[in-house]
Write a protein that binds this ligand. Structure first.
Ligand SMILES: NC(=O)c1ccc[n+]([C@@H]2O[C@H](COP(=O)([O-])OP(=O)(O)OC[C@H]3O[C@@H](n4cnc5c(N)ncnc54)[C@H](O)[C@@H]3O)[C@@H](O)[C@H]2O)c1
Length: 253
């Protein structure tokens, strides 16, 4: 068990499946009270039901992370149901169709990617911070990607948006650290979630495995463990950091 997670209240945005769902379940098992938001409401409700079936406390709600109203509603749900907010895992992503190299990516695609993959995290921060500051601080944890630093030749918008999140986290850490806020980023390597499995052929999975100095590719639970650590008191002195959790596929300072 990690220290200081029991009875803490947290939101997992984009927690309906994949890394977010695994994180919500890990947090629930650690005794945190979890509000799961997803644009696919039923997925969020199902994850919450699974946590409750294991004896945890959870609530699944609709969330469109790109809407300030919807972000305000999920923060209110945490306050109303569980009495406050201690951490917010901003994990959602999407909108990568048509996101190719810079000469083959329309402005519409770029704008859509920024709305889902950067602006949503900004709005989440605007809505969650005042509530956490009011109770003496908390933790923002953002999901970025190894793509932020991989230097991809075939995709431009998604890595741009992910780098924007790093700047956001550092800003929050620098501005509100003295008031008890921590803000950190996790960059997963290749994690075999449903979303990734749909897009990768067996051959691509094998190639990805060859690039990792490890016996296997990532499991959602690998990322969930790092997020739970950052949300817990065991992560109390970690602030403004970008952590790569990737089996060693990129080795960075
Ligand atoms: N799986 C990987 O290999 C990998 C690698 C690097 C980074 N990541 C990052 O990890 C995170 C989770 O990835 P995943 O593989 O679990 O993908 P996923 O697609 O399964 O998870 C994203 C979730 O966000 C939800 N979502 C999308 N748009 C939303 C919106 N506007 N409002 C609310 N919810 C919305 C989706 O419905 C989905 O449940 C993402 O930020 C992704 O960029 C994943």
């Amino acid at each position: 068990m990690m220290r200081g997670l029991a009875n803490k209240v947290g939101i997992v945005a984009g927690g309906g499946r994949g890394i977010g769902a695994a994180t919500a379940k890990r947090l629930g098992a650690e005794g945190a009270h979890v509000v799961i938001g997803d644009i696919e409401d039923e997925w969020a409700i199902k994850v919450a039901a699974e946590i409750e079936a294991e004896g945890g406390k959870a609530l699944g709600v609709h969330l469109d992370g790109t809407s300030a109203e919807s972000q305000q509603a999920i923060v209110s749900a945490a306050v109303e149901h569980f009495g406050g907010l201690d951490f917010y895992h901003s994990n959602l992503a999407g909108g990568t169709v048509g996101d190719n190299h810079a000469l083959d990516c329309s402005l519409e695609v770029l704008e859509k990617s920024f709305a889902i993959n950067a602006k949503s995290h900004f709005i989440a921060t605007q809505e969650a911070l005042p509530v956490m500051l009011e109770r003496g601080g908390g933790a923002m944890i953002y999901t970025s990607s190894g793509a932020a630093s991989a230097g991809s030749p075939w995709q431009v918008a998604y890595p741009m948006t992910k780098n924007a999140i790093h700047a956001l986290a550092r800003h929050v850490a620098a501005k509100w650290g003295k008031e008890g806020m921590r803000a950190n980023v996790i960059c997963p390597g290749v994690v075999l979630t449903e979303a990734v499995q749909i897009h990768m052929t067996d051959e691509q999975v094998e190639q990805a495995l060859q690039r990792v100095p490890h016996k296997r590719l990532g499991d959602p639970g690998d990322i969930a463990a790092a997020i739970a650590f950052l949300a817990s008191d065991d992560g109390a002195w970690i602030n403004g950091q970008v952590w790569h959790v990737n089996g060693g596929s990129q080795m960075r300072d």
